[in-house]
Design a protein around this ligand. Structure first.
Ligand code: SAM
Length: 476
């Protein structure tokens, strides 16, 4: 393997899946910690803490410049013209190219159905479409997605990706739940989603959820653990036997992630952890690729206990999913190996980045350039990437990658329309808005009808509503 090929091989495969036995008690154990894992967490946080002394903007520029996969998107954009090209597009294409994500049964039947959780803006869906077009051109594919609704005004901007470039053209494929917020951590939204799959389950579930934890980066795992639990239980409820589940996680230090991985090892024939080449080497993000689901019947007797904490987050934070004594030693050893494997690579990257930030080495820019060019070319070769015809795109008639700005809203008794501008070709057009009413909100956290800096005024407008004024009258 060459030096550059190694960037495509960041994989840890669990060997213990065959032996894992599902514990009989779920969410009965009090919380536990494993001291060795807590020490590892401190070690990693100490290295991350070294970054505190650098100016964020300059540091981000430096790490982007040193990112080995930094030329991949440019190469793709020039040669492949993907629909909705983002870093997520590249990461999911790597997952598809590297693992048997499309189950055997789908390949035999020529039918493939997928559900994408926490999916805005929708690049996984577009990457999957591209992959299927090139590799399974005759397969009949149906997809649905869920995400924090970028148009629900109660969702905080910092908690979601407020990007509806693709969603606006594919609305019928998106499930925002009972309250229209799209929040999958709400049990009633989970139940609503399950109703859609009461008749027929899906072959693939992806769950790419993350939560902004800039204010508390050292506890990233704690901040996402409930979301990961919700994503996983939702996936397990809607997945067909033989299906695939792809879940994004971060570190594996806490009882929650260790238990979740044990659950997945019990319920899938193969579990692997993968860090795509296009996932930034300095962060903790990895994907758990679970293939060949053993089927719901294997744990139906534990389902009530497993979902008992979904509607009660406090209870989730008081109990561990499994008791530590029920987790076999061979599994904990694998977790340790896996954690060391990814953590050492991450720490190495951070320390290298610091070194080259503080020391200007003459030959380094040339080395970085050669590495980035080689990796971009390898990406194309390894994943056999070529362009697809426009009519095979999900939204063939427009370029969904373009950004839009809403200028003005016109509100009448019959309809609301907005004047929008395409920020790439500067064209102006109007869009009729379909107004939907979800759970009532107290504070407008985001709005399509005004810039975020105007939101304070909207709150004032909200306060004045009793005198009969329209919500947005005060904004425009
Ligand atoms: C990294 S992005 C997903 C990117 C996506 N896979 C793509 O390919 O474009 C994480 C997403 O998780 C969503 N999310 C975070 N918390 C959520 C929640 N509680 N319910 C639903 N979606 C959530 C965010 O709004 C964001 O769109």
């Amino acid at each position: 393997m060459t030096e550059y090929e190694e960037y495509f091989e960041k994989i840890y495969e669990f060997k213990s899946s065959e032996q894992c036995v599902l514990p009989s008690k779920v969410f009965e154990s009090s919380k536990w910690l494993i001291p060795e894992f807590q020490n590892k967490k401190q070690e990693l946080n100490k290295i991350k803490g070294l970054l505190g002394r650098f100016q964020l903007k300059a540091w981000s520029k430096h790490t982007a410049y040193r990112d080995p996969s930094g030329f991949v998107m440019k190469k793709l954009s020039e040669n492949v013209h993907p629909e909705l090209l983002t870093q997520a597009w590249c990461k999911f294409y790597e997952i598809l190219g590297r693992f048997p994500v499309i189950p055997q049964q789908s390949q035999l039947d020529g039918k493939f159905s997928t559900l994408h959780l926490c999916e805005a803006p929708g690049a996984f869906v577009c990457a999957l479409n591209h992959y299927l077009t090139l590799n399974y051109p005759d397969i009949q594919w149906e997809w649905m997605a869920n995400t924090l609704n970028p148009n629900y005004e109660g969702n905080e901007l910092s908690q979601m990706i407020p990007d509806d470039r693709f969603i606006r053209y594919t609305l019928k494929n998106w499930q925002f739940g009972l309250d229209f917020s799209g929040d999958i951590t709400k049990y009633y939204n989970h139940q609503e989603l399950l109703k859609k799959y009461a008749e027929e389950k899906v072959h693939l579930v992806t769950a790419d959820g993350s939560v902004d934890c800039m204010k508390d980066p050292g506890e990233q795992e704690r901040h996402v653990e409930f979301l990961h639990y919700c994503e996983t239980t939702t996936a397990l409820a809607v997945l067909q036997t033989g299906g695939t589940f792809v879940l994004k996680i971060f570190t594996i230090f806490e009882d929650t992630t260790i238990s979740l991985l044990y659950l997945l090892n019990c319920l899938f024939e193969k579990v692997a952890i993968f860090k795509p080449c296009t996932s930034k080497s300095g962060n903790s993000e990895v994907y758990v690729i679970n293939t060949n689901f053993k089927g719901f019947h294997n744990f139906a007797n534990l389902w009530t206990e497993l979902t008992s904490v979904y509607s009660c987050r406090e209870q989730f934070s008081l109990k561990s999913m499994f008791s530590l004594s029920e987790l076999p030693n061979y599994f904990l050893i694998e977790i340790q190996e896996c954690t060391d494997f990814f953590m050492n690579k991450q720490m190495r990257t951070i320390l290298d980045n610091i070194y080259y930030y503080e020391n200007k080495i003459k030959s380094e820019p040339n080395k970085v350039y050669i590495m980035k060019t080689s990796i971009a070319q390898l990406f194309m070769n390894v994943y056999n990437l070529t362009w697809i015809p426009n009519d095979k795109k999900i939204v063939p008639h427009v370029s969904v990658g373009d950004n839009w700005r809403v200028y003005m809203a016109h509100h009448s008794r019959d309809y609301t329309c907005v004047l929008v501008q395409n920020l790439v070709n500067r064209k102006l057009s109007t869009d009729i808005m379909d107004i939907q009413i979800g759970k009532q909100i107290e504070v407008v956290q985001n709005s399509k009808f005004t810039h975020k800096d105007n939101l304070k005024k909207v709150i004032v407008a909200f306060g004045n509503r009793k005198n009969g004024s329209s919500l947005y009258e005060h904004v425009f």
